[in-house]
Every structure is written in C-alpha cells, then in structure tokens.
Design a protein around this ligand. Structure first.
Ligand SMILES: [Zn+2]
Length: 224
C-alpha cells in the first residue's frame, strides 16, 4: 500500500489505530505509517519525511519497528545526515533486514550550520560530518544486520576519492567480511552536477564496482 501526503498533518492521522491484518508492504510519510507499522504485520517499509515534519518522526518510526512483532525484511528511510546512531538503532529494531536503503536529508539546523561554515571557510565543517565516513564502525554496525544482502546510501557528499576504501570497510574488510552482504549501491554527490550511482558487488570479500550511472534520477534508485 502506498500512502500519499496526509491532509491531517497537524491533526491525528485518519490511519491511526487502523488494523490491516493482511497488509505486508507500505510506503508513505513516516508520520502516517509509524502507527501502522507498530500495529500490523508489515515486513516491507518505505518511510519518508517532509521538511515540515517533527525531526523526531524517524526516531518514532524506528521505535515502531522495534515494537512490532514481525521480522522486517525491507526498509527504506530518510535519515538525518548528522545522526551517528541511526544504523545501530535500525540493527536493534529490525535485525532480520535483507535490504536497507538510507536517504540523507538535511535538517533545517544543518542547513543553517552549513551556511555559517561557508562564511567561515572551515574544512572541518559540520556540513561534511557523516557517520558512514567512519567506515570501520559503520561496517561493524552493518554486521549486526547479519541477513542483510543489499545496502544502499544516498548522500550529497562526493566520495569519488575514497569510495573503494569506504565500500571495502562497510563490507567488513577481508578479515571479518559481512556474513551476507554482497551488493552495495552508493549514490553520491546527490543534487550536484557530478551526481553518480555506483554499484559494488562482493566476490570472496573483495568489493568490485560493477556499474555506475552518471546523473541518475530517483526512479532508477527506486528500481534497484
Ligand atoms: Zn496520515
């Protein structure tokens, strides 16, 4: 089931407390589907947030996943670009995931910080801080999702200079390769002229870039 923008953004959603026992697949605004995820046997979840949403709405959605009694297998989420704990929380809430897509969004305060950093010409700028840049820690968190076979990330940062190292670290390296992960899809420079999707696949714990697409649109990412 796909849910559109809710007309009741500032009121209780009409879907609250709805029981849909045969529903297994849902996509839509996080504020509408969080209660449904908690109360129904939904295994495939795609949740997005709008700029006007409460910044904590994704926290509420992940909590709903953890309170549900089913094993979630597919998850796509908008995430705060500066949220360092998101992957750990997903691993605790939905440890049986086989596919995970994370789409970075910039919270309004990050946009303001980015503007200030631009004024200060600071290289250590908050706008460039990302949890996934710590590839070894990120790789450990991905390992907690022991059944994950497909991982995708969309980011506005350009990673071209260190992409191969990053993917290798996410995959656990040769010493402790991830038990199941074999495909990583990385859409970097999103929103910029050098926007590119890279598809990496693992063969005996070695990660190889199998394909790339310059200036892709969202529909291509959705198909993958
Ligand atoms: Zn709604």
């Amino acid at each position: 089931m796909s849910v559109g923008e809710c007309i009741s953004a500032r009121k209780p959603c009409p879907l609250d407390d709805t029981q849909l026992p045969k529903l297994c697949d849902i996509s839509g605004p996080a504020r509408c589907i969080a209660p449904l995820v908690k109360q129904n046997s939904i295994t495939r979840v795609v949740a997005h947030q709008s700029p006007l949403d409460d910044p904590l709405i994704m926290t509420a959605l992940v909590q709903s996943l953890s309170l549900s009694t089913v094993n979630h297998t597919v998850l796509e989420l908008d995430v705060d670009a500066s949220d360092y704990g998101i992957l750990q929380r997903i691993g605790e809430a939905a440890p049986a995931l086989t596919s995970l897509k994370l789409l970075e969004v910039q919270p309004s305060d990050t946009v303001i910080r980015a503007f200030v950093c631009t004024l200060l010409f600071s290289d250590e700028c908050q706008q460039n801080r990302r949890a996934w840049k710590d590839g070894i820690t990120w790789g450990r968190a991905l390992c907690n999702l022991s059944q994950l076979v497909h991982f995708a990330l969309r980011t506005s940062l350009c990673v071209a200079l260190y992409e191969a190292l990053l993917v290798q670290q996410w995959g656990g390296g040769k010493g402790t390769p991830h038990p199941a992960l074999w495909c990583i899809l990385l859409w970097h420079s999103f929103g910029n002229r050098s926007s590119c999707i890279s598809i990496w696949e693992s063969s005996h714990a070695t990660w190889v870039k199998n394909n790339s697409f310059a200036n892709p649109d969202q529909s291509l990412f959705n198909l993958m």
